[in-house]
Structure formats: structure tokens, C-alpha cells
Design a protein around this ligand. Structure first.
Ligand code: ZN
Length: 298
């Protein structure tokens, strides 16, 4: 009964909580877009010109940067998607932030490609943040949460057109269920060069996990995803984007290298375990997305 309750409410809860966090930013981005559209190109050039190793310096590239050094580095824009499908009459206004219509998604990817963005993967992000390894001039990370089937059937083929690779954060409870990806599909994404990450077993708020819960929510899903992909699982996305400092050592001792939240402030002591992302809204035109990327990542 409890499981049914959880899975039935998973998306609405996710939409509600995450929506509260991102609504202000979404509105702000929409407001500014019309007024600054004509100035977009020059600003984009400045904002994405380079990813220099600003704080570590050229002589220290072999060293792993500390948290303070990582915090002052230019952030790579990271987008978070959920469902990629056309809106239905019963979709709520709030849900549409998390449901990107197919043509809107295609237009967003085309804008990224036309603007010169190149996808990078978390290993590259860490190498850049920790050792100053160079990145492409306009790096971006595309992430997909919650195991929705359309990520495999719609998003992945569209990404393929541009040579884009992404990160798919899987909640293992949903594997093989209707409208979710199967194990074989997750493996196919991994085999194609995408990264598979963990999003817990059934989308629990990690702030509320008891010690006994960690085996179910973190350890078993990691083992399952490693068995499916044949690769170690190093990356984690917090359900609802929610985290607290106390959970970070738990992830670290389980071998995770980084964890992704949504758009709240990073933990200055643990920037790699509070990596920021923005929800790419279903309402956004490509230029709105572009504007929001520039506004949201220092
Ligand atoms: Zn989620």
C-alpha cells in the first residue's frame, strides 16, 4: 500500500516540491528575456568565452583543488529534464515546467548545437574542477531524472543527431514499469556513451533517510545499476534536489564522486556534492533557455 502510494504520487510530489524552488528563477528568466533579446549575442560571448583554471594556477595542475578553489571556478551550465512529451489536457500549469514538448526539446537542443555548445560528462567536469583540465569553449551537461521512457525514445535519438551525450539519473523502482525505461534500455544508453547515475530506489528525500534506509535507497540501487551497465556508478542526483550536509559523507564513503542538486546554493565545503542544475522548463523558447543558462551559472 505504501509503495503504491509513493509511486502514484511520485511525479506530482516531485513537481510540487521542485516547482517551489525553481518558480522564481523561471519567472525572472521569462521577464528579462524579451527586454534583453537584442543584446543576447554579445553577452553570450562574454559569459561562455573560456573555462580557465582561474584559481589553481598553471603550476599546480597536478594537485587536486580544495573546496574554496572549486567554488570560485566558472560553473558549467547543467540542465535537468524529466518528461519529454507533448502536453496533455490534464497536465497542470506547474507540471508543464517538467514536461518539455517534443518540438520544444528539439528546438532547445538545436539552439545549443547552433550556439556551439558541446556536451561534457561528469568525469570531465570533475577533471576541470579538481585539476584544471581544459573543457570545450562552451561546455554543457544534459541530465535526465526519474527514468521516464521518453528520455530513451525521444531525447536520446535527438541528442544523437548532434553527438550529444547526457547523464541519466535512474530510480530503480521504476525500471520496466509502463512509461519508464527497461533495464535493457538503460544498458543501451550506457553502451552508447551516456552516463547512468543513481536517483535512489523510489525517490526518497535523502534528508529523511535513517541508517537502515541507506541500504535500500542507495546501496542496492547502485549494485543493480552496476550490474545492468557493467560499469561503476559514481554520480548521484538528489530526489527533489533536496540535500543536507550530513548526507554527503554517506555518499562519499559509498564511492560516489559527485552529487547533483537543483538550483539552490552550493555547500561551500562540498561543492562537488552540491553541483547545481536548472530545470529546463517546458515553457521555454530556446532563447529563454539560453538566457537562463547565462543568468543561473556564475
Ligand atoms: Zn527525481
Amino acid at each position: 500500500m505504501f509503495k503504491l502510494f509513493i509511486s502514484g504520487l511520485l511525479l506530482p510530489i516531485s513537481i510540487f516540491i521542485i516547482g517551489c524552488q525553481s518558480k522564481a528563477k523561471t519567472g525572472a528568466a521569462n521577464l528579462v528575456t524579451s527586454s534583453i533579446a537584442t543584446n543576447l549575442k554579445p553577452q553570450v560571448t562574454v559569459a561562455t568565452a573560456s573555462y580557465p583554471d582561474t584559481a589553481a594556477g598553471n603550476n599546480k595542475k597536478a594537485e587536486v583543488a580544495n573546496a574554496a578553489t572549486i567554488m570560485v571556478k566558472k560553473q558549467v551550465p547543467i540542465l535537468c529534464y524529466h518528461q519529454i512529451r507533448n502536453w496533455r489536457p490534464r497536465d497542470s500549469k506547474r507540471a508543464k515546467d517538467y514536461i518539455v514538448p517534443e518540438n520544444a526539446f528539439k528546438a532547445q537542443l538545436k539552439m545549443l548545437a547552433d550556439s556551439g555548445y558541446q556536451t561534457i560528462l561528469p568525469d570531465q567536469l570533475l577533471a576541470y574542477l579538481e585539476t584544471g583540465a581544459p573543457l570545450p569553449p562552451k561546455p554543457i551537461i544534459l541530465t535526465f531524472d526519474d527514468t521516464d521512457l521518453d528520455q530513451f525514445t525521444v531525447a536520446a535519438p535527438e541528442m544523437e543527431k548532434y553527438g550529444f551525450k547526457g547523464v541519466f539519473f535512474v530510480m530503480t523502482v521504476s525500471l520496466g514499469r509502463p512509461r519508464y525505461m527497461s533495464r535493457a534500455q538503460v544498458k543501451a544508453l550506457s553502451d552508447a556513451g551516456h552516463v547512468i547515475g543513481s536517483h535512489t530506489w523510489d525517490h526518497q528525500n535523502v534528508k529523511k533517510l535513517s541508517p537502515a534506509d541507506w541500504a535500500i535507497q542507495i546501496d542496492k540501487p547502485t549494485k543493480q545499476l552496476e550490474a545492468i551497465t557493467g560499469k561503476p556508478i559514481h554520480y548521484f542526483a538528489y530526489p527533489f534536489g533536496l540535500w543536507k550536509t550530513e548526507v554527503i559523507p554517506e555518499l562519499q564513503k559509498r564511492g560516489f564522486r559527485a552529487a547533483f542538486q537543483l538550483s539552490t546554493k552550493r555547500d561551500s565545503e562540498n561543492p562537488l556534492f552540491t553541483v547545481r542544475r536548472i530545470i529546463a522548463s517546458g515553457y521555454w523558447q530556446p532563447k529563454t533557455l539560453h538566457r537562463s543558462m547565462i543568468n543561473s551559472f556564475d
